[in-house]
Design a protein. Structure first.
Length: 258
């Protein structure tokens, strides 16, 4: 089932390689929350794969003394990393079995059509008792923006097209890990609240991060000039700032022992 336009995902990430530094603080916060899970285990990891880390994850892993290979769908985004770099589609990974003892995918799996297949490949790329740490936006992420855009578009044009990516439910995440053959699959959630003095800065940040709409059934025509101002005016506020939620599903799973 093809939900996402993978060519569009690649183009968005290529373009965002020039601007992703503008949202590095948010990406780093999300990555650090994910890597905090490493402190809950007494295992030590030597060889790590950074999958789609946008230049943020690899330095954090190197800082923990690991040898890191960075992989990205976008050549331009992969080039942001130092050291070993691979350009590859997450749905067709080129790594041999047992290449890594740690794989980290920080907010990088949500534009994949075959997520179960990608997780299976990641498990196969792990050594016995290797660890997958992954996060992706879960249902509830940007719910405020989704509701506002739907209402504004229905009001201005009498219909609505998908403008925010569909996200999985938290309960599905652990099941996906189990289906892919991971042992001790766990999924929990962390909410990151984002506040904006200028609501248009929210849209700019999404674009800067490479998170523009890549749903295959997205509208291809230019939206009316009043759509986004009308939608942003509907967003809730906290302390005079527009408030939106990043609901981050954190997934951990171990490769079975040899």
């Amino acid at each position: 089932m093809l939900v996402f336009d993978r060519d569009a995902v690649r183009r968005h990430r290529d373009r965002a390689a020039r601007t992703v530094h503008l949202v590095a603080d948010v990406l780093r916060d999300a990555a650090e929350r994910l890597l905090d899970r490493l402190d809950d285990t007494n295992r030590r990891f030597a060889d790590a794969l950074d999958l789609g880390g946008r230049g943020v994850v690899a330095p954090l892993l190197c800082g923990r003394g690991m040898h890191v290979v960075s992989c990205d769908l976008s050549p331009a985004m992969a080039a942001l990393n130092r050291g070993a770099r691979v350009v590859a589609d997450e749905e067709f990974l080129p790594f041999a079995r047992g290449s890594f003892d740690l794989i980290v995918a920080s907010l990088s799996l949500h534009w994949i059509n075959d997520l179960p297949g990608a997780l299976l490949q990641l498990r196969q790329a792990l050594r016995p008792e290797g660890l997958l740490l992954a996060s992706l936006p879960a249902l509830g992420t940007l719910a405020e923006l989704r509701t506002a855009l739907t209402a504004a578009e229905a009001e201005t044009s009498g219909g609505a097209s998908p403008r925010v990516s569909p996200f999985p439910e938290l309960r599905d995440c652990a099941r996906l890990l189990q289906r892919a053959g991971f042992a001790v699959p766990v999924a929990d959630v962390e909410d990151i609240r984002l506040l904006y003095a200028d609501p248009f800065a929210l849209l700019a940040d999404l674009r800067a991060a490479g998170e523009a709409n890549a749903v295959r059934q997205r509208a291809r025509s230019t939206p009316s000039r009043g759509l986004f101002p009308a939608a942003l005016a509907r967003l809730p506020t906290e302390g005079g700032r527009v408030a939106v939620t990043l609901r981050m599903a954190v997934m951990t799973g171990w490769a079975p022992g040899g």
